[in-house]
Design a protein around this ligand. Structure first.
Ligand SMILES: *[C@@H]1O[C@H](CO)[C@@H](O)[C@H](O)[C@H]1NC(C)=O
Ligand SMILES: *[C@@H]1O[C@H](CO)[C@@H](O)[C@H](O)[C@H]1NC(C)=O
Ligand SMILES: *[C@@H]1O[C@H](CO)[C@@H](O)[C@H](O)[C@H]1NC(C)=O
Ligand SMILES: *[C@@H]1O[C@H](CO)[C@@H](O)[C@H](O)[C@H]1NC(C)=O
Ligand SMILES: *[C@@H]1O[C@H](CO)[C@@H](O)[C@H](O)[C@H]1NC(C)=O
Ligand SMILES: *[C@@H]1O[C@H](CO)[C@@H](O)[C@H](O)[C@H]1NC(C)=O
Ligand SMILES: *[C@@H]1O[C@H](CO)[C@@H](O)[C@H](O)[C@H]1NC(C)=O
Ligand SMILES: *[C@@H]1O[C@H](CO)[C@@H](O)[C@H](O)[C@H]1NC(C)=O
Ligand SMILES: *[C@@H]1O[C@H](CO)[C@@H](O)[C@H](O)[C@H]1NC(C)=O
Length: 481
């Protein structure tokens, strides 16, 4: 009878190993306990302990001997890394052992001996891996998390990672992983969050990741992925969060027509070109859209004004032309609008005054003309307001500074006139807080200068108030009279 044979093997293992308070197991091929947990990479749920597992942990074999059929009842407890009150049945033991073996197989390919932390990973105890550093398990010992950030992992992810079929979360942030992603990745059927930020991965973004029915979060910042972004990622009804900042992605942006799940999209620091598709207006759940620092051309589509959930919109450092769409004024939840360093022209739309929640309004380095709209006085939450390096050419406004203004830049425009002295010298005025300098330049002085910084500056996230006396700034006029 196989059960007895297993028991004998176990007993001899017990005799050969120190009592260590760790776990024991008597996998039984006859165990029929219902178990919804599958055994990754194991075709039979009954691995037989072998004598070569000389440190087969034994201390916690439960007192009550399993019945001959072993159809019910716990048969292993005191598993390292699990709650000591948990006891595993035979199938669960087999699943745990398969998980530990799968982990052991990725250790060497990922340069395990050079990891900063690798506690546990050299153990030959194939039931101990829930206690290995970076490994997470369910209550019953199913390996479901692998979190090894900033740990000096090297090499490429081996295909065998697909044996860890129950993984919900992988976090390899800040390592030196390289090469293309394994083609077996789409076999990690349970995966929800895949975080590979700050590595050296190359190759294309795999279209097939959308086969992962629970994958919601893709974090691939600061790698060297190339090619385009798969349309399927954007059209997925599952994926909510995509971080692809600072890669080598190129080509045009795909169709956003069916991007109804997407909440967060970072594509900044790539080489995308062409125009922003008008279908962007279909990505109605978007809260953050960052297309900064690409090579985008054309105008900002009006349809962005349909993205009623948008909180942050960054389109700076591109080659966008045309006017700022008035429809952006519809984005009442917008906190950040960053259009710096494009080739935008026209007036600053007065509709932007409707951005009741705006905190950062950054329009510097464009070719905007006309006035700073008076409605900007109404911003209750604005902290950063930057319109420097444009062609703003009307009278500088006399309104009071918005109450939370902390960092303001208005220099390098061609304002026609300054507010009267009583406004200029009033510490509560917008002109004063933006450091507007209405002195005329000394003859022959260069017309370039560093930006005047407002009377309050944002330092390290807190507000440091200082007042730079206008008279001490012996620089060129910001205000050409
Ligand atoms: C017992 O556990 C200790 C610490 O957890 C470990 O160093 C040792 O190798 C274990 N001994 C055996 C026989 O597993
Ligand atoms: C272990 O499980 C028991 C029973 O379910 C529970 O009361 C206890 O809080 C758990 N301990 C830990 C550390 O989770
Ligand atoms: C990281 O691993 C490399 C080998 O790949 C090794 O030379 C280096 O010393 C390791 N760095 C740290 C901080 O352990
Ligand atoms: C996906 O998640 C749901 C809900 O948590 C779960 O019921 C289902 O089993 C998961 N699918 C896979 C393939 O893991
Ligand atoms: C990511 O890349 C950007 C651009 O190259 C760089 O400025 C930033 O420091 C990087 N971040 C990390 C955490 O490496
Ligand atoms: C959205 O998906 C449907 C069906 O999958 C397709 O017919 C339609 O063309 C798509 N719309 C856009 C704008 O991509
Ligand atoms: C723009 O992105 C590139 C990577 O594509 C990065 O090296 C550079 O530092 C970024 N520049 C800015 C101003 O963010
Ligand atoms: C975008 O860049 C690719 C090269 O990466 C080039 O072939 C294509 O013509 C460019 N498209 C536009 C619209 O500039
Ligand atoms: C003005 O700037 C130019 C270029 O930076 C420099 O060569 C020149 O000496 C400057 N002239 C004065 C008067 O400062």
């Amino acid at each position: 009878m196989r059960f007895s044979a297993s028991l004998l093997v176990l007993l001899s293992a017990l005799a050969a190993s120190a009592q260590n308070g760790t776990s024991g197991a008597i996998p039984s091929p006859t165990d029929t306990t219902t178990n919804t947990i599958t055994a990754p990479g194991v075709s039979t749920p009954a691995p037989t302990p072998t004598p070569s597992a000389s440190n087969m942990p034994t201390g916690g074999v439960t007192a009550s001997a399993p019945s001959a059929t072993a159809s019910t009842g716990p048969i292993a407890s005191n598993i390292p890394g699990l709650n000591s009150s948990v006891a595993l049945n035979a199938n669960q033991v087999a699943t745990l052992q398969a998980g530990c073996q799968a982990l052991q197989q990725i250790y060497q390919p990922l340069g395990g001996s050079n990891w900063i932390m690798n506690t546990g990973w050299t153990s030959t105890d194939m039931m101990s891996c829930c206690s290995w550093v970076g490994v997470g398990c369910t209550r019953v010992g199913v390996v479901n998390k692998l979190e090894l950030p900033y740990n000096n992992l090297t090499g490429s992810i081996p295909d065998s990672i697909s044996s860890l079929t129950s993984l919900l979360k992988i976090d390899f942030t800040g390592n030196k992983l390289s090469g293309a992603l394994p083609t077996t990745l789409p076999q990690l059927a349970s995966l929800k969050i895949l975080t590979l930020d700050e590595n050296q991965f190359t190759g294309p973004l795999p279209d097939a990741l959308t086969q992962l029915v629970n994958l919601t979060d893709i974090h691939f910042r600061n790698n060297s992925f190339s090619g385009g972004i798969p349309t399927s990622w954007l059209q997925s009804s599952i994926i909510t969060t995509i971080y692809l900042s600072n890669n080598q992605l190129s080509g045009s942006l795909p169709d956003f027509g069916n991007s109804t799940a997407l909440v967060t999209l970072y594509l900044d620091g790539n080489k995308f070109n062409g125009s922003i598709p008008t279908t962007i207006g279909g990505a109605i759940e978007l809260q953050t859209l960052n297309l900064r620092n690409n090579s985008l051309t054309g105008s900002i589509p009006d349809t962005i004004g349909n993205l009623g959930n948008l909180q942050s919109l960054s389109l700076g450092n591109n080659q966008l032309t045309g006017n700022i769409p008035t429809s952006l004024g519809n984005l009442h939840g917008l906190q950040t609008l960053e259009l710096t360093n494009n080739q935008l022209t026209g007036n600053i739309p007065t509709e932007l005054g409707n951005l009741a929640n705006i905190q950062r309004l950054l329009l510097s380095y464009n070719s905007l003309y006309g006035p700073i709209p008076n409605v900007f006085a109404n911003f209750q939450y604005v902290q950063m307001l930057q319109v420097n390096w444009n062609q703003l050419d009307s009278a500088f406004p006399s309104f009071s500074a918005p109450p939370r203004l902390a960092y303001c830049r208005v220099s390098q425009n061609v304002f026609q006139s300054c507010p009267p002295d009583n406004v200029l010298n009033d510490p509560n005025s917008f002109a004063f807080q933006c450091g507007l300098n209405c002195n005329t330049p000394p003859a022959g002085a260069n017309a370039t200068q560093s930006d005047a910084v407002g009377a309050k500056a944002l330092v390290g996230g807190s507000y440091l108030t200082y007042v730079s006396a206008l008279a001490t700034v012996a620089v060129v006029a910001l205000c050409q009279l």
